[in-house]
Ligand binder design. Structure first.
Ligand SMILES: [Zn+2]
Length: 467
């Protein structure tokens, strides 16, 4: 395992952490630094109210997990393409801190370079009824923050997602149900919850969250596969540098939250972990004073984005050794690379069907063997049809253009029932990818009676026209 451990080094630029290390190491010794900056392995976020409710959740197809793929091979492959990394361990950070102390001493007479100090307030587990309070405080104080939202909560409170967005805060993805058992049993489950939450947020704001925060943090949870595949898929995983301690147990008093939140005001970059989920009234109560203290210390308030160097905890030994099934090669090829295109500029695919038109962004469609392939539900629903997922038969039932179509990934066929009740079965390239059914666009349009087609590609877009 020596080889793979080498590969578990994380690419972290923790200049804030390092600076913090310098000061705390100088005054308080290592123990304090460790306590404040690395998550304790046993730390638990407060579970959201309905953390165990799974009725709305779609499951990945379990056959994708059938162990064709060796996670070890993935780790090794991952190591080859990754940038050099730095492990943040107590021992190493202390050595670095010592080196930095002497450098810092030389600069002690200079005034604090305030313009380089930034604090990123982050709120996890919302939106909940606390969120409105938090938003009001942020508005009054004139500062921005980042909200890592749960899909389950966002679905119930879309108006709060909209309010967060409209007030100029950043929105990140905190998975769908926050259930550690589900999320850390294997990567495809984590992925499925990320995509599910992403769709919910996109439906409200029109924008896909590219930032991810792992419930409970990555430490003790993520292995190299999680880190690698999420990065390859275009996401940025963000842990924190300072834990306010507001989820250490239920009802931590505001005074304690404040104390921990402002324990070190010298780091150049602080990513502060707070919560706006149900039951976190005390966090909202502490917030005005937390903001005041950072303002007084000369901090600017920033929102996180996917372009900045992420702060990420290292892979714990336990997480590295946990025997979890990695996804298969086929699954990775079908999901990870196409997903990255969602976040890179490319050509949209415009679909003109009768009087309706919709656009699929790069990554929302794929091209295979000269054919457009599209997600069934997205296309049909945007063009006025209806799709129901039948979990018993694992088929999609489409009602569109006066026809009923059953898309069956197992049999690779479309069963079409016309207005006259006549039935026709056609073989078709129907595939289950993640939790979505994908079909060939041509096959779908023809089955729905929307042929013939003309296709065109210009410098700006691809366009498919049909009657
Ligand atoms: Zn959380």
């Amino acid at each position: 395992m020596k080889e793979s451990r080498k590969n578990h080094i994380r690419p972290i630029v923790l200049s804030g952490l390092l600076a913090m290390a310098v000061l705390i190491f100088a005054v308080g010794g290592w123990a304090v630094l460790y306590k404040n900056n690395l998550p304790a392995p046993v730390k638990q976020d407060l579970a959201p109210v309905a953390a165990n409710s799974r009725q709305l959740q779609t499951k990945p197809v379990s056959s994708w997990n059938a162990g064709v793929y060796s996670p070890n091979r993935l780790s090794q492959a991952a190591g080859k393409v990754m940038a050099p990394r730095m492990v943040i361990t107590p021992a190493k950070a202390a050595v670095k801190a010592e080196a930095a102390v002497s450098k810092n001493n030389a600069q002690n007479h200079l005034p604090a370079p305030n313009k380089h100090k930034t604090v990123y307030l982050t709120f996890d587990d919302g939106p909940s009824k606390i969120t409105s309070k938090v938003l009001e405080i942020l508005r009054q104080q004139g500062v921005k923050a980042t909200f890592f939202v749960l899909g389950e909560q966002a679905r119930q409170r879309p108006e709060l997602i909209n309010a967060i967005w409209e007030q100029g805060h950043s929105i990140g993805n905190h998975t769908y149900n926050h259930n550690y058992h589900d999320l850390y049993s294997g990567f495809t489950e984590f992925w499925s919850q990320i995509k599910q939450t992403e769709e919910i947020v996109r439906n409200i704001t029109g924008v896909r969250p590219q930032l991810i925060r792992a419930p409970g943090g990555t430490f003790g949870h993520f292995d190299q596969t999680y880190f690698h595949l999420l990065k390859q898929a275009g996401y940025s995983v963000m842990d924190w540098t300072v834990d306010s301690g507001d989820s250490r147990r239920k009802g931590v008093p505001a005074a304690d939250i404040l104390k921990e939140s402002v324990a070190d005001m010298n780091a150049s970059r602080v990513i502060l972990l707070l919560h706006d989920g149900g039951g976190h009234e005390q966090s909202a109560k502490a917030l005005p004073e937390i903001i005041q203290r950072y303002k007084s210390a000369g901090y600017a308030f920033g929102v996180l984005d996917a372009e900045m160097q992420p702060v990420q905890f290292r892979v714990s030994d336990a997480a590295a050794k946990a025997s979890r099934n990695g996804p298969s090669r086929d699954w990775i090829a079908a999901n990870i690379a196409p997903n990255r295109e969602l976040f890179t500029p490319g050509k949209a695919l415009a679909l003109e069907v009768g009087l309706l038109e919709t656009k699929l962004l790069p990554g929302e469609y794929s091209i295979s063997e000269g054919q457009y392939r599209v997600p069934l539900r997205a296309v049909v629903e945007r063009l006025g049809g209806r799709v129901n997922w039948d979990s018993a038969s694992r088929t999609g039932k489409v009602v569109w253009n006066g026809r009923a179509i059953i898309a069956d990934a197992a049999r690779k066929q479309l069963t079409i029932t016309g207005a006259d009740g006549r039935q026709q079965v056609r073989s078709a390239d129907v595939q289950m990818i993640g939790s979505s059914l994908w079909v060939s666009l041509r096959g779908l349009l023809e089955a729905a009676g929307h042929a013939p087609l003309t296709t065109a590609v210009t410098i700006d877009e691809r366009r498919v026209k049909t009657l």
